[in-house]
Design a protein around this ligand. Structure first.
Ligand code: FE2
Length: 247
């Protein structure tokens, strides 16, 4: 989930050292074991590539310092544990600094398919593998830098939040190998991975203006999804996004 809904004004960073108990590791393991054989058919290949490159495809929660050492070498980014949900100001400032916030808890096993509050499964498993890709990481860095201009402009921040939501969090993409999940919010939910590609949600062609005006709900699976014609289309959309946001 995008950490844009206000909850705490600014969350103090926590250490990258965090020990996980047996239940937490079992939840991580349940997601990884279920998703591992499904990824090739469901996800963009860059997700799997990132998981492997960062040593995150094992059966227990990886140590963030180990992931970060690899991530820093690959793209210059870092994951940071935070307490609670980041507001827009905190979230975009982190992106600007090439950091991604990771909610410092693991969801209950009963919430494998969905959790409204971003946790380690969503943030670490769902988001971080994408940041091993330099073009993706550069795009998010640019996004953070741009968004930081609008901390006092709720409407423009809202457009940026919607755009992030329907692309980085819940985007689909049509690749030569077929339609795949691009959004980390889908990637981190076993149930939403199935649902998103089931034909049940409405799938709408990618459109910057429409996305910036599209409301969304965070408390249910997404009934409307936008599909990119390629991943590069998203990166190339930045000038158009800047124009639409600043209108
Ligand atoms: Fe997210």
């Amino acid at each position: 989930m995008l950490q844009a809904a206000p909850a705490t004004p600014s969350s103090p960073f926590m250490s990258t050292r965090r020990l996980f108990n047996a239940d937490e590791n079992a939840t991580w393991s349940a997601v990884v074991k279920t998703q591992r054989p499904r990824r090739a058919d469901q996800l963009v290949p860059m997700f799997q590539k990132g998981l492997v490159a960062l040593g995150m495809d094992g059966d227990s929660v990886p140590a963030l310092e180990d992931v970060n050492a690899k991530l820093m070498a690959l793209s210059g980014w870092q994951g940071v544990y935070v307490k609670g949900l980041e507001d827009g100001r905190g979230f975009y400032t982190l992106l600007k600094d090439k950091k991604f916030p990771i909610g410092n808890f693991v969801r209950d096993q009963k919430d494998l398919n969905y959790t409204p509050e971003p946790d380690i499964i969503h943030d670490l498993y769902g988001h971080i593998p994408f940041f091993a890709d330099q073009a993706y990481a550069d795009y998010c860095h640019r996004y953070g830098e741009f968004a930081c201009r609008f901390f006092d402009d709720a409407e423009r921040l809202r457009r940026l939040e919607r755009y992030f939501w329907f692309t980085i969090e819940f985007g689909l993409v049509d690749l030569p190998i077929g339609r795949r999940i691009f959004g980390a919010g889908i990637a981190s939910s076993i149930g939403e991975c199935v649902y998103a590609l089931s034909g049940e949600p409405e799938v709408v062609p990618f459109d910057v203006e429409r996305i910036c005006a599209q409301e969304f709900r965070i408390d249910q699976m997404q009934k409307r999804l936008f599909v990119l014609p390629s991943i590069e289309t998203l990166y190339a959309s930045f000038p158009k996004l800047m124009e639409v946001v600043q209108r």
